[in-house]
Design a binder for this molecule. Structure first.
Ligand SMILES: *Cc1c(COP(=O)(O)O)cnc(C)c1O
Length: 367
């Protein structure tokens, strides 16, 4: 029987604390989802049209956090397709807004900053965030590395002695099993010029049972390994998620958090203040707040850059300094802080942003 979800599914079943069970039982059909929440027509149309845009799947755990009656639920909006995604953007909405493909010396390896690389080692995620930055590859298993391509990427890192920081990302790198992941981290650890290894993962949010004491203990033998996770809303900080965070931190892993500023989900001073405040109580440092990018099918999530800057202004002085992340825009020229230093002004639908190298990037950001 494929679906464990019945009409009377109690939330204990939805949150069975076994990460592989959660992956096997991800919700991916309209009828399964309808057993949990009452879908709006806009969501139903989003689901039926999503096949040609970006697939969807939701872990039973994350689904259990959704408000069944409220289409504005911030959990629901992150993972349930909506017909707004299907609206064709204009040509400014790209599937590769950071020009990552142009910065790839080997498949799934992005070398944009001299001393750091991002290495996409999995195309699979526990759930598919509707605002995903890597829709071009996430959920496309044919984009996974073949063994010889994997070797080529490792070879590139080994032979480029300027690389001192390797960021394992995806997809979600924790989709790999423990042995595969540990073997990769060990390989990187054995490259003398690689100082730090980091993992970017949303498992603590979408499937927190992935974060086991055993995995963290094995990672701790390969330190320094840093983890950045991705909470967008305080409702995601459940007891299960908190336990995952504590397990990582207790293993000596410094944990940071990256949030995406999303219209209708968290573009609100008090929501973000609560999120950042709670993260530090779990010893997690808010690292970046990302401006949402011009990615196809995400226009309805985009705020203006000025709105984001105003929210940041209000957090300063009213929140512990280290609870305040840096508000940034990722560009093909690197990440740029969105503050009065980086923000050079607006002309119509474009904002001029100064990058660390002094180049001016024109960001499409409709008024
Ligand atoms: C974000 C990113 C990094 C890491 O940047 P930090 O500012 O050091 O966190 C590295 N490479 C690429 C391609 C990135 O997008």
């Amino acid at each position: 029987m494929k679906s464990p979800i019945s009409d009377s599914a109690p939330s204990e079943i939805l949150s069975k604390p076994d990460w592989r069970w959660q992956m096997r039982n991800r919700i991916s059909s309209l009828s399964e989802l309808e057993n949990i929440i009452s879908l709006t027509d806009e969501e139903k149309r989003g689901i039926s049209g999503s096949a040609r845009v970006f697939r969807w799947k939701i872990t039973p755990y994350y689904a259990s956090l959704m408000n069944p009656k409220d289409p504005e639920c911030p959990i629901r909006k992150q993972v349930v397709p909506h017909e707004d995604e299907l609206l064709q953007g204009c040509e400014e909405y790209s599937l590769d807004p950071l020009e990552e493909l142009a910065h790839s010396p080997a498949k799934n390896l992005i070398h944009n900053y001299k001393d750091r690389v991002a290495f996409c080692i999995s195309t699979e995620c526990p759930s598919f965030c509707r605002f995903c930055l890597r829709k071009r590859m996430v959920g496309h298993s044919e984009q996974n590395l073949r063994p010889e391509e994997y070797e080529e990427a490792i070879q590139y890192i080994s032979s480029h002695t300027e690389i001192r920081d390797v960021l394992l990302t995806g997809g979600d790198p924790l989709t790999l099993g423990d042995d595969t992941l540990i073997s990769l981290i060990t390989t990187l650890r054995n490259i003398p010029h690689v100082d730090i290894i980091r993992l970017g993962t949303r498992y603590p949010v979408l499937n927190p049972f992935r974060i086991t004491g055993e995995l963290c203990r094995r990672i701790s033998e390969l330190h320094p390994v840093w983890i950045n996770t991705h909470f967008n809303h305080p409702a995601e900080l459940t007891p299960q998620a908190a336990e995952a965070l504590h397990t990582m931190v207790d293993a000596g892993i410094p944990v940071g958090n990256q949030t995406v500023l999303l219209k209708g989900i968290n573009n609100d001073e008090s929501i973000l203040r609560e999120l950042f405040q709670k993260l530090v109580t779990h010893r997690v440092r808010p690292y970046y707040l990302y401006q949402s990018q011009s990615i196809e099918g995400t226009r309805h999530f985009q705020t203006t850059i000025e709105e984001g800057m105003e929210i940041m202004e209000k957090l300063r002085g009213t929140l512990t300094g280290f609870a305040i992340p840096l508000y940034v825009l990722d560009t093909p020229y690197g990440k740029v802080p969105l503050n009065p230093h980086g923000y050079k002004g607006r002309q119509g639908n474009y904002v001029q942003i100064r990058s660390y190298s002094g180049k001016i990037w024109q960001e499409f950001n409709p008024e």
